[in-house]
Design a binder for this molecule. Structure first.
Ligand code: T3D
Length: 266
């Protein structure tokens, strides 16, 4: 049987490409798939040779969210009640955390529709590059649930409360172009360009000083929760640490010697 998640890494590339692989079901997530995805993200982050992660979907969709026919969640006449909390706690929360705290920068190539938790997973990556044919649909409202896998935290931060509520309460589809205009994603590109551009972006990130990039993500996330004085001190603490790093010495020396830097810190 085909693996539910494909991981590729060419010998000369420092980018781990992770592909959701249930194209016939629009990459709807089963419990096994959620585990495989989390493991792939964790393994990529733990591999010292990997310096960026690229997440995408096989086929015409990025991800249709939770597989609504998975026995874990599909109500049946003899078992109408389902413990969705178990699914969230054991599968979604660890996945969202593995992406958010990944040891390398993460890029999501949204190659087609993202729905439900598929939206949260895409937006959980550092840089989201979407096909101009892709749409974002929360859809939770249509099945009596709330947006999950981090969506209630992410959406108001990315697009503001008014637009977050419009998207979540009405559940309408948002085009990738509008998602970019609203600040939900970094960039929209032509459909045939989404993978090449996302890969080129991941390769650019891979050549940059990984530790500094990951700490930048951490400080930006932390700053959302704090105030300027706390952020100023957190920046100062991190900058002091980075001042002692190999990559700082390498970056400055390479600048002075007018040559490309060779970063290696993680
Ligand atoms: O218990 C819980 O649910 C808790 C967890 C919550 C997290 C969530 O993610 S909840 C949200 C779940 N997702 C959705 O509600 C989206 C459902 N899918 C759709 O609305 C549509 O499929 C799309 C808008 C994404 C795409 O529409 P379209 O017309 O391009 O494709 P389609 O024909 O609807 O789908 C193609 C096939 O994929 C189809 O199967 P078939 O008929 O060819 O055998 C369809 O059933 C299947 N599919 C799509 N999404 C799901 C799915 N199968 C299972 N689960 C899905 N989520």
């Amino acid at each position: 049987t085909e693996p539910l998640v494909l991981v590729e890494r060419s010998a000369d590339s420092a980018v781990a490409v992770i592909r959701l692989n249930r194209p016939q079901q629009l990459n709807a997530l089963t419990a096994d798939m959620l585990v495989q995805l989390r493991e792939a993200v964790e393994q990529a982050g733990a591999d010292p040779a990997v310096r960026a992660l690229l997440l995408t979907g096989q086929g015409r969709a990025f991800c249709a969210g939770q597989d609504l026919s998975d026995p874990l969640v599909a109500p049946t006449p003899d078992q109408p009640d389902k413990d969705i909390g178990h699914l969230i706690n054991h599968y979604y929360i660890p996945l969202v955390q593995s992406l958010r705290h990944c040891a390398v920068p993460t890029v999501c190539a949204v190659n087609g529709v993202a729905a439900g938790a598929g939206v949260s997973i895409a937006l959980g990556c550092d840089l989201v590059i979407a096909s101009d044919a892709a749409n974002f649909i929360l859809g939770f409202n249509k099945i009596g649930l709330i947006p999950d896998a981090g969506a209630t935290w992410l959406l108001p931060r990315l697009m503001g409360r008014a637009k977050a509520l419009e998207l979540a309460l009405l559940g309408d589809k948002l085009s990738a172009t509008d998602a970019e205009l609203l600040g939900l994603i970094a960039r929209t590109v032509q459909a045939d360009q989404v993978l090449p551009q996302a890969l080129a972006t991941a390769e650019r990130l891979a050549a940059l000083p990984t530790r500094a990039l990951v700490q930048t993500r951490k400080l930006i996330d932390g700053a959302m929760e704090s105030n300027l004085d706390i952020a100023l001190r957190a920046e100062s603490r991190m900058q002091s640490q980075l001042g002692f790093s190999f990559d700082y010495a390498e970056g400055v020396t390479a600048f002075q010697q007018k040559r490309p830097p060779q970063f290696r810190d993680r």
